[in-house]
Structure formats: C-alpha cells, structure tokens
Design a binder for this molecule. Structure first.
Ligand SMILES: Nc1ncnc2c1ncn2[C@@H]1O[C@H](COP(=O)(O)OP(=O)(O)O)[C@@H](O)[C@H]1O
Ligand SMILES: [Mg+2]
Length: 334
C-alpha cells in the first residue's frame, strides 16, 4: 500500500442550502487546518453541520463561500476531482455496503470502479485488505450474515482499496455496540499508525473523540466553537460548548444542597503521584469530598477526572498544593 497522508485546509468556508422557499446557512466562517497523519475529531450535536463539513472534503458537497484545499490545491472538478476522490476513503454509520455482494465482492468493486491493476492484482489486493481489517475468515459472507462491527470492517477495507491519504469517518461507530465500537476505534488507530493515514472522524459523542483523536474541533450551529488538542478541549476548555461536552463525560454529582463550591480536578495518573489527594489536605484545616469521578484514558494515556467539594479555612492552600503537583483545578459552574 502506498498511502501518503494528506493535509486538509478550510479557508473561510461557508455552505448554504437554497431551495425555492428557503435558504439555510449550514456552515459559516470555517477556518481549519488538519495536519497530515493526525486523527482529527469533529464533534457537535445533531444538526450542527458535521456531515456537511466532512462531505466538503471529498466534494460530495461544494462550498458556497471560501475554499477547501487538500495538500495545498483547491478541490478540482471533472477528471481531476475523480483522481482526488480516490485518495479519500469514507466510511458511514450505516456502512453503505451492497447487500447483493459478499464482503470480498464489495471491496473488489471499489477497485474495479477505479480501474486499478489487473484482475489478478485486484484479487490479491482484496485479500490483503480483508486480512488487514481482520476479516479473512468472513470474506465470502454477505452483509446480512455479518455483525455491525464486521460490516464496518468491510466498509474500512473498501475505503482503503485505492490507497487513500485521508480516511473520512461519518459517525462510523454510532450504530455499533460498545464492544464493536472499541474494536473499530482500535482498528482506526492501527491504520493511522501503520499507514500514516490522515483520519477525520465525525461524531456526536465526546467519548469517541476522547478515545480516538489527537485534536478536535467543536461545531455548533455551523460554527467552530473551539479547536485544540483533546487534552486542552477536555481539561482546559475555552468555550461553553467544550465545557459542557467535557463535563458530560463525568457522572453527574448528586446535589448535596450545601451550596459548596465544586472543583473539577484532572490529572494524568502516570505522571501525578497516586497519594496526591491525601497529600493536598494533610495538616491543613480542610475537608475534601469526592462527589463524582472516573478514571479513563485519552487514547492510551490514563487520567483521573473528579468533581470534589473542598471546604475549610485552608481550601486555597490545598488548591495550591494540588496545582503544584500537576493537578488541573477548575471551578465547576452548575
Ligand atoms: N441537502 C441538504 N439540503 C438542505 N438542508 C440540508 C441538506 N443537508 C443537510 N441539511 C441541513 O443542514 C443542517 C446540518 O446537517 P448535517 O450536516 O447533516 O448535520 P450533522 O451531521 O451535524 O447532524 C441540518 O439542519 C440539515 O437539515
Ligand atoms: Mg451527520
């Protein structure tokens, strides 16, 4: 496989859908640079414009303002567009497989459409692709005989058929159960590492971003609210939208009616000592109660994310200690 990762740039992009009775501004003022080889998430609520945004990358939609560049060139038309599209693979929530074709035939079809190679080289390539996605044993099954996760593996093999530099994933795990979701995210991570593919992953679930992405953009009502590393957006959010998405990952703390200030503490558990909480209160006139929390991971990097109530005359000193030991402390406004 000869994938070479491709960067994508949006320059003041807007998209308006116009029908005879209405105009609908779906995207506005989108400026965004996605680097070669990164796993980039686009997250936001339903109707935010995520699918429209990702469809602009392979020209399934065209912008009504601004431009989209791939590797420095604006997306072309005609034959040029066809060649460009082959360098961009896409997978979908509902998989988009042909039900009358087996897994093998679905992947082969993508090679035939591209008129790539000879019948022999195509067959060999399909075998390679199915092996790469772990589906060799199911190559001759029809979509109806496959689980959701297996169907998405076929979708991925097909998307990779023409050695794309970019893989677009539109809610690719939204129809899958948690186990299949984890497997597909792992496969995407492996492909990104092994092939250096640029992956652009659209989802309404921050949890998917947390597990799979390097950077993320938050889209709301057609506008980018925030762009940053997943760590920045989750732990030091600058926008209300990012704050809400980050807190949404935590269990809701019970309201104890005391009106005490709540703090969110986050720290990477591989770099911050495990006794950090007791050390932060030791010898001080302060009480610390954990109201909600979880231990999770950013990609493979484990972290703790807690909501606590901190009370007493020495609360400020306790916060200083936490910060000096590498814990991020932010106020939770509920
Ligand atoms: N072809 C279209 N014509 C008119 N409106 C559209 C079209 N495609 C999407 N929209 C509208 O654009 C908005 C954003 O849609 P979409 O990009 O699918 O959002 P998301 O993927 O974030 O749920 C929605 O209000 C949707 O109804
Ligand atoms: Mg969508």
């Amino acid at each position: 496989m000869y994938n070479s990762p491709l960067p994508v740039k949006f320059i003041n992009v807007s998209k308006e859908f116009v029908s005879h009775e209405s105009r609908h501004q779906v995207l506005q003022g989108i400026d965004l640079e996605i680097q070669s080889g990164e796993v980039f998430g686009i997250v936001g609520p339903s109707g935010a414009g995520k699918s429209t945004l990702i469809r602009l990358i392979n020209a399934l939609e065209l912008p009504t303002g601004g431009r989209v560049e791939i590797h420095g060139s604006a997306i072309g038309r005609g034959r040029e567009l066809g060649a460009m599209r082959q360098k961009i693979g896409m997978i979908f929530q509902q998989f988009g497989l042909l039900s009358s074709k087996t897994a093998r035939q679905n992947v082969l079809y993508a090679l035939e459409l591209a008129k790539a190679g000879t019948p022999q080289t195509r067959r060999a390539k399909v075998d390679d692709l199915l092996e790469r996605v772990g589906l060799s044993a199911h190559a001759d099954k029809y979509p109806a005989q496959l689980s959701g996760g297996q169907k998405q593996r076929v979708g991925i093999a097909r998307a990779l058929a023409n050695d794309p530099g970019i893989l677009l994933c539109d809610e690719a795990t939204s129809a899958l159960d948690p186990e299949a979701t984890a497997e597909i995210l792992k496969l995407i991570d492996e492909l990104n590492a092994a092939l250096g593919l640029t992956v652009i992953l659209v989802t309404h679930e921050m949890d998917v971003v947390r597990r799979a992405c390097d950077r993320v953009a938050i889209l709301e009502q057609g506008r980018l609210m925030e762009v940053g590393t997943v760590e920045q957006v989750l732990f030091s959010p600058q926008s209300e939208a990012a704050r809400a998405l980050g807190l949404h990952l935590l269990p809701r703390p019970a309201d104890d009616g005391s009106g005490r200030a709540r703090l969110r503490l986050t720290y990477f558990s591989d770099t911050v000592a495990s006794d950090v909480l007791s050390a932060a209160t030791q010898g001080l006139d302060v009480s610390l109660a954990i109201l909600a929390g979880q231990v999770a991971a950013l990609k493979a990097k484990p972290y703790a994310d807690l909501i606590v109530a901190l009370d007493g005359p020495d609360a400020a000193a306790s916060v200083s200690r936490l910060r000096s030991r590498g814990v991020r402390v932010t106020e939770v406004v509920s």
